[in-house]
Ligand binder design. Structure first.
Ligand SMILES: O=P(O)(O)OC[C@H]1O[C@H](O)[C@H](O)[C@@H](O)[C@@H]1O
Length: 618
């Protein structure tokens, strides 16, 4: 990209930021509550609210939203009382997640500013152990965030942590998770890219009081082991938070925090990708009407020029009127930004039908997940989205392996293998798991170009295995544009046609059975061990039943076919929960399968089977 002026729009010395926080330690421990009643919505009025909100404003806004919200109002906590185990509890697979906003009963704040600062400093030290700084510059770390109400507070704390470790801080403001990986690969010194590491502040679709972090380097998102390492380091950093150390920090902090409009590059790359695929046509989507639902998360940029972020649809010639919930609002007042959520899918479907649009696109809060709706209101999410993406990718790479999560339908396997001529590897749940598996397959000589989950996470080999909901939608737009260019016609029929022949179950359900970790039946063991015992017991029951057949290839939990359907019982990636997925050709058959699971599950008193009981009685 040609050099552009005005990319680096703000220069603030870390030293200054540290000065403002010179009594950080004391404040953290004594007055967190008052200090941090702030930034209820960083985006109110269309601008990042830089000033702290008064209590009155806060109350008024809370009333407006019919909720009481206090930002980061953690009780005073001595540094020494936060243990390593408290840090380790913040691990959520390959992410860090916690409660960042007080006010929800039973959910105390776990992601306070000092804890955040320690985590950021720990990431910096992890990075320093792996990357030698260039002689000409210090290592640099970029920070982005979604629309959450605690975003700005945590961004400041992360910046202090990175600055504390002596690295350069580059703030992107509102950004998408994939953009935060992309910036580690972009070569553009005008935008201070590539960065050596990046941090996305997000908790995806979780409620407003949560937040968390995802970390990236040019090698991709950090994995579970790295996150554990960072949290262990953070616990040690936290112990060093003393007044004396803060004075020292003030002396050492001499580098700058800079602000860069990186989303301009990211969106421009998406636009270029569609133009290129359409044969370098400037406006390949001319005449298409596409509505976007960003669910008040960070995905508004796809439709609209928002908060200095570029847009995607309009430069390509599409009409985006009727797009909705593009304004970032961390209270998520319209629906949960989650393409797996029923209400969210109903909202975008209604927008498509009301506007007589050709296509609807919906994103989750941080835009690493997406789904679509065709012009007739047919949802293209979950198995259908996988089928659609598989059809597109298999046209480009015949015979390639599609890696998916474990809860995909039997009909999807038939579709990929029989209709499309590809190979389906139904692997484990978790976007990182499927991406790593696809990379591994390629490394052992099995070609794979797509890793995609029913959750709407998806990554392509051609896009550096970047887990990007916006790029998935770009692939659909490419298809629309090339169909138009070749005279195949307008509208989303070309997409709908690609999933023709996909067999779909008449009945599908997911029940999540909770394990009570305090129950005596755990006998001091972990919920994982307990969950494994349930699965093992269920396995013993199913092998003796001639009507049931255990899936010969399965990578997590137990998957069983029978009664014209199947079920999968597995351990959740993160929670003390056994998710149960059932698909069958009728509700009656689904109940028969559920009864098999119930016969095993009811022997485990720490397992809450009420959802299962309700299901079989319905
Ligand atoms: O195992 P579960 O509780 O169903 O959660 C599984 C999900 O966890 C996270 O949200 C990951 O981002 C997803 O990739 C994964 O599918």
């Amino acid at each position: 990209m040609a050099a552009m002026s005005g990319k680096i729009i703000e220069h603030v010395l870390v030293a200054k930021s540290c000065q403002q926080n010179r009594h950080l330690s004391t404040q953290y421990r004594q007055a967190c509550c008052n200090l941090n009643r702030c930034n209820l919505s960083p985006f109110l009025g269309g601008n990042l609210a830089r000033s702290r909100m008064s209590t009155i404003q806060l109350r008024a806004f809370s009333k407006l939203k019919r909720r009481i919200v206090f930002c980061n109002a953690a009780p005073p906590t001595a540094a020494s009382s936060i243990e390593k185990s408290d840090f380790l509890k913040l691990q959520n697979g390959s992410d860090i997640r916690g409660v960042a906003v007080a006010g929800v009963e039973g959910e105390p704040v776990t992601l306070t500013e000092p804890i955040t600062e320690a985590i950021a400093a720990a990431f910096a030290s992890w990075l320093q152990d792996r990357k030698q700084p260039d002689a000409a510059r210090r290592l640099r770390v970029s920070i982005g965030h979604d629309s959450r109400i605690s975003a700005k507070t945590l961004q400041d704390a992360v910046s202090r942590g990175i600055g504390r470790a002596g690295l350069d801080v580059i703030q992107y403001g509102l950004a998408s998770t994939p953009a935060m990986f992309s910036c580690t690969l972009t070569e553009n010194e005008d935008f201070l890219c590539p960065v050596d590491g990046s941090i996305m502040i997000t908790a995806s679709h979780l409620p407003y009081n949560r937040n968390g972090f995802k970390f990236f380097t040019s090698a991709g998102g950090l994995g579970k082991a790295d996150i554990k390492d960072i949290l262990e380091r953070a616990a040690s950093v936290y112990k060093t938070f003393t007044d004396e150390d803060l004075r020292d920090l003030e002396r050492k902090a001499s580098q700058s925090i800079r602000r860069v409009e990186y989303m301009t590059i990211y969106t421009s790359n998406l636009v270029q990708a569609v133009r290129k695929a359409a044969g370098n046509i400037e406006k390949p989507l001319e005449g298409f009407h596409i509505v976007v639902d960003a669910g008040n998360g960070a995905g508004g940029f796809f439709a609209l020029f928002l908060f200095k972020q570029g847009k995607v649809l309009e430069p390509l010639g599409a009409i985006a009127s009727g797009s909705q919930f593009l304004e970032p609002d961390g209270m998520f007042p319209n629906h949960i930004p989650n393409p797996e959520d029923k209400a969210a899918m109903e909202a975008i479907t209604k927008a498509v039908l009301d506007n007589k649009a050709d296509l609807g696109i919906i994103f989750d809060t941080d835009v690493d997940r997406s789904a679509a709706v065709d012009s007739s209101g047919r949802e293209l999410n979950r198995n259908r989205l996988i089928a659609l993406m598989s059809a597109i990718v298999l046209e480009e790479h015949p015979g390639t392996t599609i890696v998916t999560d474990s809860v995909t339908s039997d009909g999807l396997t038939t579709f990929i293998e029989k209709k499309l001529g590809g190979k389906h590897r139904r692997f484990k749940r978790g976007y990182k798991n499927i991406i790593d598996e696809a990379i591994r397959l390629n490394s052992v000589g099995e070609e794979s170009h797509l890793a995609i989950e029913t959750s709407g996470h998806g990554a392509l080999k051609e896009n550096h295995w970047l887990d990007d909901g916006a790029y998935l939608m770009v692939k659909l737009l490419n298809k629309l544009a090339s169909a138009k260019a070749s005279g195949e016609g307008r509208g989303s029929k070309v997409l709908t046609g690609l999933v023709e022949g996909l067999e779909e179950p008449a009945f599908a359900a997911e029940l999540r059975l909770k394990i009570d970790q305090t129950h005596a039946d755990l006998k001091g063991g972990s919920f994982r061990e307990y969950g494994e015992a349930v699965i093992h017991h269920l396995e013993n029951i199913t092998v003796t039943d001639p009507k049931l057949q255990k899936a010969p290839v399965n990578y997590e939990g137990i998957r069983v076919s029978g009664y014209d359907g199947w079920f999968l019982l597995r351990l959740s990636l993160h929670d003390p929960v056994l998710p149960l997925n059932i698909e069958a050709s009728s509700q009656e058959d689904a109940v028969k399968l559920a009864l098999v699971v119930l016969s095993a599950a009811r022997e485990f008193p720490a397992l809450d089977v009420s959802a299962l009981n309700k299901f079989v009685q319905a």
